[in-house]
Design a protein around this ligand. Structure first.
Ligand code: MN
Length: 252
């Protein structure tokens, strides 16, 4: 299985999360929340077969960490994976929203220029502006992480090529079947969003996405094997198309 959004560096024992993902062969995108902490996750994941480091700037940290954008650009040259990035309009002023849009726009521009990046994107209460910022013809893969916005906007997200990563908390929500019904099979992905999301009373881990795949199977009327196969096909499509000449340290 796989996990496209896990905050490996925020567990009390990150190395255990990595060895768990390795043992269960769960391909994992280890997101980070600020450019200054990216090198630590790069070191943690060095030599890992299944876990990849992602450079991020969480929208809730933009005001405090905007000065780290040059570090973001440096780190971006060393990885295909980007996240957590995006916009968050819960509890912020218009001035802060403007700063978030500016940082996200800058990051999207760099990713578009590179052409081969895989982004895991936060969009709480800001779904419309996130989609506007991505626009049409963006060069790269956009995964909307824990989408919780209007159903109508999901169709627009699908039209512009976005993927959706589903976690254990989403599966437990009342809106799950309505949200899931709008996502085409080929755009469905899985995430733990650990350690923020809980799974059976403890922080979710990459291996737990197998349970999410089971819940999706039940909703879609698939067998567990069909679910696994379709989800792995979505992952392959989401990660496909990397220019061969581009060798990142972790992809070697
Ligand atoms: Mn997250």
């Amino acid at each position: 299985m796989f996990d496209t959004h896990c905050h490996v560096d925020l567990y009390p024992a990150p190395r255990e999360i990595i060895s768990g993902a390795e043992a269960a062969q769960v391909r994992t995108i280890a997101v980070t929340n600020a450019p200054s902490v990216f090198p630590a996750t790069e070191r943690l994941t060095l030599g890992s077969r299944f876990v990849r480091p992602a450079i991020g700037l969480h929208p809730e940290l933009v005001v405090e960490r905007a000065g780290e954008l040059p570090l973001f650009q440096e780190g971006l040259a060393r990885t295909r994976y980007v996240g957590e990035v995006g916009l968050d309009y819960a509890r912020v002023t218009e001035q802060e929203r403007t700063k978030q849009r500016s940082a996200f726009g800058t990051i999207l521009g760099w990713c578009d220029e590179a052409g081969d990046k895989v982004l895991t994107v936060h969009s709480r209460r800001a779904e419309r502006d996130v989609l506007d910022a991505i626009g049409t013809g963006f060069r790269g893969t956009v995964i909307l992480h824990w989408y919780s916005g209007p159903l109508a906007l999901m169709e627009r997200a699908v039209e512009i090529g976005c993927y959706f990563s589903v976690n254990s908390a989403m599966v437990r929500s009342n809106r799950f079947s309505a949200l899931l019904s709008r996502i085409p099979d080929a755009r469905l992905l899985l995430e733990s969003d650990g350690p923020f999301v809980s799974h059976t009373g403890r922080p979710a881990r990459p291996e737990d996405t197998i349970t999410v795949a089971g819940a999706i199977a039940a909703c879609r009327g698939w067998t567990e094997e069909q679910s696994r196969r379709k989800l792995m096909a979505s992952l392959a499509a989401a990660l496909g198309g990397a220019p061969a000449e581009k060798a990142y340290p972790h992809e070697g």
